[in-house]
Design a binder for this molecule. Sequence first.
Ligand code: DC
Length: 223
Amino acid sequence: MISVAIDGPAGSGKSTVSKIVAQKLGFVHLDTGALYRAIAYFIDKSDVDFSSEIDVKKCLKEIDLKVEKGAKEQKILLNDKILTTELRSLNVTKIASKIASYKSVRDYLLELQRSFAKTQNVVMDGRDIGTVVLPDALVKIFITASPEVRAKRRFEQISGDGEKPDYEEILTSIKKRDYEDTHRKIAPLKRADDAILVDNSDMDLNQTVENVLDIIKERTEKI
Ligand code: DC
């Protein structure tokens, strides 16, 4: 089985790139951030105190999380309910960022992610795929862009949805998330020593996809 691990900070476009790359290669894509978000969604709905790891750990027993193959992309099922846009709310984003620092949550998701890569060719994206989840992945890529470029992309995306966002506020929140992701004790966001860096600050989506496909091709041709 071939595994492609793609990591990077929020707003780098890694999930969109991973999805397109997987489609082009006929691989299965798993956006692991959606798994953290699914647990956050459950916590949000059940009024669990997410600042308490003990309470969060307890509630994991009530969660049955599955990933199923959909027609276009993977479906995340939480206690048999398919989750889509609910995972993108501000509250869920905030809770996900906090609970991703808990060992109990990371351990809970580790096996699910690893088992996904055992039986199929995958493109998996997240923060710790190349370093912790799939340290033996054949291809490891770290996609990033400057905080300013990522904030600008987010700003344009929200403006396109008809809202009036504040650029400085978005930039501050991106920098805060970067700090939290890179400074947590367990599985921090970090480029694996053998990951190839793709800085897409000056690339559009197509150029990033082509770049990633070239890297995968070069690596797989060697074996
Ligand atoms: O990529 P995202 O914004 O959907 O991720 C949601 C949260 O989960 C984010 O705070 C980082 C965290 N995360 C993580 O810690 N490890 C991963 N492999 C994927 C996401």
